[in-house]
Design a binder for this molecule. Structure first.
Ligand code: SF4
Length: 320
């Protein structure tokens, strides 16, 4: 079976039924009452991540990141469905243009897993229109653009042939220099980094930057790290500061050290975007700043990500 089929086949077996996951995790009826069985942002969890969740508990970094809890119904002032006003910066259905010289393409709405704190959990993706005609026309017309960021949904949800076609289209635009891929796919399904994908990345004449999204050291197991080693591009990591997941010095230090040990540069630590449904993940900026100050005393400069937040309408990320 070719690998391209293998990762799709694995993805097909993701947990998407909360009832099945509750059985798998041996949750008690009382614990099941804490789950949000009717969330509009559904459960989508690769088996290998589910296997990292301890049984009979509602706790732990993997459980909290991926399993819908009734806590998501908590309403908090300032938390909304479009906290970054992305719809104001959307010149075409699958493209956001927020920053100078860079534009962000949303080539797909699909992800390997659904992260409960995702700031696009309410985003109205364009899913009816195939292809990227309008987006490519926009990129061709704006000669100030240098970099195209492929973001999520997860761009590695695209098939290899579709990715290769998109790369070929982008390569033909003379003012572009770089493609940046934002992905969480290898954390859930490392098989996605198959030889065909590696060959496509190698063959691309534009420079590629590969940015993974990872929040806890337990996500970086041997298979994930082996897969990432095959990526023929500089590797960076985005993380989000999340209550009950990584809000401790020990966890953040272990995460950043593990990344650096494996040649991955911790790039940004994000303050949580105030997206409706994720208020229970919020860590105050004061605590975040205290973590960073303490970490500065222990980690080399290259192991410390920039602690930033995104503010709607600002031309770049804002340091916290
Ligand atoms: S992988 Fe990224 S885009 Fe997809 S749900 Fe998670 S945070 Fe959102």
């Amino acid at each position: 079976m070719p690998n391209t089929v293998l990762w799709r086949e694995i993805q097909r077996h993701n947990f998407t039924s909360l009832k099945s996951l509750a059985d798998f995790l041996e949750l008690t009826p009382t614990q099941i009452k804490e789950l949000d069985l009717h969330s509009l942002f559904p459960l989508n969890l690769p088996r290998r991540l589910a296997q990292k969740i301890p049984k009979r508990t509602l706790d732990g970094p993997i459980f909290r990141q991926f399993v819908p809890l009734i806590d998501e119904k908590i309403e908090k002032v300032g938390f909304s469905c479009d906290p970054l006003s992305e719809n104001q910066a959307r010149p075409t259905p699958k493209l956001l243009h927020k920053y100078n010289e860079r534009a962000l393409m949303l080539p797909t709405s699909g992800c390997a897993m659904n992260c409960r704190y995702c700031f696009r959990r309410h985003f109205a993706y364009e899913t009816n229109k195939p292809g990227f005609e309008e987006e490519l026309a926009y990129i061709r017309a704006d000669t100030s653009l240098r970099e195209i960021i492929l973001s999520g949904g997860d761009p590695l949800s695209l098939s290899n042939p579709n990715l290769a076609t998109l790369f070929t289209e982008l390569e033909q635009i003379p003012h572009l220099r770089r493609i940046r891929i934002h992905t969480r796919f290898p954390i859930g399904i490392p098989e996605r980094i198959d030889q065909e994908l590696v060959d496509i990345l190698k063959a691309c004449s534009l420079q590629i930057w590969f940015v993974i999204h990872c929040n806890h050291p337990t996500e970086l197991d041997v298979e994930v790290l082996e897969a990432l080693k095959r990526v023929p591009a500089p590797l960076l990591c985005h993380s989000v500061l999340l209550r009950g997941v990584n809000d401790s010095i020990q966890t953040l230090k272990a995460l950043f050290e593990r990344l650096v040990d494996h040649g991955i540069t911790p790039y940004y630590l994000y303050q949580l975007d105030p997206i409706a449904g994720a208020a229970h993940f919020e860590v105050s900026e004061e605590r975040g700043k205290a973590f960073m100050e303490e970490l500065t005393l222990h980690l080399s400069g290259y192991a410390l990500p920039k602690y930033v937040r995104e503010i709607a309408g600002q031309g770049s990320k804002t340091p916290v």
